[in-house]
Design a protein. Structure first.
Ligand SMILES: [Fe+2]
Ligand SMILES: [Fe+2]
Ligand SMILES: [Fe+2]
Length: 421
């Protein structure tokens, strides 16, 4: 049972990151294509390794996405080199299925002379050298060639990049016409085909989607916590209501993606501590349409509808379509309840968690007033303590990861200072 294919996962990542900053992910796609073709030419990697390294190429600059001025940043390959390398590495290490290969990302801005044999296996060192070259090639072709000397690739052989990697590229290019395919756009179809032929395990897909959500949400910690709790509450309510396996699966992914569109909402509005003005609220509400734009035609229709109907109310007073009970399936109604519970239970800079009695009262009133599903609410009321305890356990684990990422960052950035001289 798999409603989300491997290609879907890659498409979701690309489309979502595109909305935040098109250039970074375009750069990732080109870099990953060059890297993929170089490795394909060598013909010594397993299918899984080929996919893993291609994903590494695609995501090597993902650390840039946590910077607050990310939207306007067109110069990302020349600024904050260490910080985006380190965050990219940490995201992949802690949040993706690529932990064992994540170090490649950590060192992608080192010169070849510094990076030589820095990793533990020969294979990883070799792929790192290929990535350094692939990254430089696209930077040279597209990003800011005026910041690199015109004779860059002859002048810095074996200094900034590996000569061997360049020779490999030359052979691969002669065989696969990499440059032609990059300029006529054929590389895109080729990558699509590669991903539609492969199946990712359920866990592999799930970790990538989680990584995506956490990466984007890293700018706004409460959004991460909100998404996490909405997923957890949805799962629990769904199980209590004895949904079928298929519905539980869709519910889980729908909840995970329900606020994806918030990536396009300015931080001042997301993090606002006061009441939103009418105009700000209008902008905030657009997150639902943005989620729809990203996911439409990529993801299973059931999952999509669960994700984009969480602000609809049973009496038709919600948004963005103003649908009513008869149009809303049970999983859709459950995410709506979980979303409210998460908002009430969550702490914000300006509000503590509401106390349990108040939370229960608000939910009951909403149910009585015909806004949200009364059976789902009853499940929450009857199992309140268990639901919260279960969720708190998962949250502790996730926040632990967050703290670890922040701590690791401080340690690594100190060590990186030696590369600055
Ligand atoms: Fe980079
Ligand atoms: Fe929402
Ligand atoms: Fe939400």
């Amino acid at each position: 049972m798999s409603v989300i294919s491997s290609k879907n996962v890659r498409d979701i990542i690309v489309k979502t990151l595109e909305i935040v900053n098109k250039e970074i992910i375009r750069h990732g796609q080109v870099t990953s294509y060059i890297l993929y073709k170089m490795l394909e030419h060598e013909h010594i990697y397993t299918d899984q390794e080929m996919i893993d390294f291609t994903m590494i190429g695609l995501l090597h600059d993902i650390g840039v996405y946590r910077e607050p001025n990310i939207k306007k940043n067109t110069d990302f390959e020349f600024q904050n080199l260490w910080s985006h390398s380190i965050y990219g590495f940490l995201f992949l290490k802690y949040l993706s299925p690529l932990s064992d290969k994540a170090e490649i990302v950590l060192y992608h801005h080192l010169n070849y002379s510094q990076a030589k044999n820095i990793l533990t296996t020969q294979k990883l060192n070799h792929v790192l050298e290929c990535l350094i070259l692939a990254d430089k090639m696209d930077t040279f072709m597209h990003i800011k060639s005026q910041q690199m000397e015109p004779d860059y690739f002859t002048r810095y052989r074996d200094i900034k990049f590996s000569g061997q990697a360049l020779d490999l590229f030359t052979r691969a290019n002669a065989r696969f016409h990499i440059m032609d395919k990059l300029s006529n756009g054929e590389y895109i179809d080729e990558m699509n085909e590669l991903f539609s032929k492969r199946t990712f395990s359920e866990n592999y897909k799930k970790s990538f989607l989680e990584m995506l959500i956490y990466t984007i949400d890293f700018r706004s910690e409460h959004t991460v916590v909100h998404t996490m709790s909405t997923v957890n509450f949805s799962d629990q309510i769904g199980r209590l209501m004895r949904l079928e396996a298929r519905d539980l699966y869709n519910l889980h992914y729908g909840a995970m993606l329900h606020d994806l569109g918030k990536i396009a909402i300015p931080l001042e509005i997301l993090e606002s501590t006061g009441r939103l003005s009418k105009e700000e609220f209008r902008v905030m509400k657009a997150h639902v349409q943005i989620t729809e734009i990203i996911l439409k035609d990529i993801i299973d229709e059931d999952v999509l509808q669960i994700a984009i109907r969480h602000h609809e109310k049973l009496d038709g007073s919600g948004y963005h379509r103003g649908l009513s009970a008869k149009d809303l399936t049970l999983p859709q109604q459950i995410v709506a309840v979980a979303d409210i519970l998460s908002a009430l239970y969550g702490k914000r800079s300006y509000k503590d968690s509401f106390d349990p009695e108040l939370i229960k009262k608000i939910l009951s009133e909403d149910a009585e007033n015909g806004k949200i599903n009364p059976v789902a609410v009853k499940c929450v009321l009857n199992n309140y303590d268990t639901i919260i305890t279960t969720y708190e356990k998962e949250k502790e684990h996730m926040l632990g990861l967050y703290l670890e990422i922040k701590r690791d960052y401080e340690t690594i950035i100190k060590k990186f200072k030696r590369f600055d001289t």
